[in-house]
Design a protein around this ligand. Sequence first.
Ligand code: HEC
Length: 131
Amino acid sequence: MKKLIAFTILLAALSSCSDSDTYQDIEPPVTVTPPGNETPGTDPPAAISYSKNVKSIIDANCIGCHQSGRSAGFRPLTTYAEVKAAVENAGLLGRIQLQTGQQGIMPQAGRMAQANIDIIVKWNTDGLKEN
Ligand code: HEC
């Protein structure tokens, strides 16, 4: 009786190895990377926009002076159109990239954190988008 049970188990084990269980069947599918998206699962970085990325930096560092009634009220930086115009016509990018202590540096008290500068520079590279 013991032998019969052992034989039955052996038979069951063998028959479960059917032809369809090849190595390919159990291998995970190959991930194909679509062209232009070399890192699978990672979306390309979004373009910098005024409303999402730039406004908060300008509000925190510039509008204390750059709004009407303040020391730099002649060049307000409180709206998208004003900040865009300052990049295009008033050398904003150059001013923020000067070194602390250099003539014309903005903010006047000293250069911002590099991360903030990088965002504003990239905003220009990305086409000065509003949203
Ligand atoms: C403490 C006040 C103050 C702060 C803060 C400040 N500015 Fe200014 N800014 C001025 C003054 C005053 C002038 C005019 C004198 C000059 O051109 O340097 C000026 C001039 C400028 C100009 C040239 C404007 C023109 O029409 O010629 C730009 C561009 C500018 N600032 C950008 C910025 C930016 C961007 C920030 C924030 C990152 C900033 N400023 C922060 C006071 C300030």
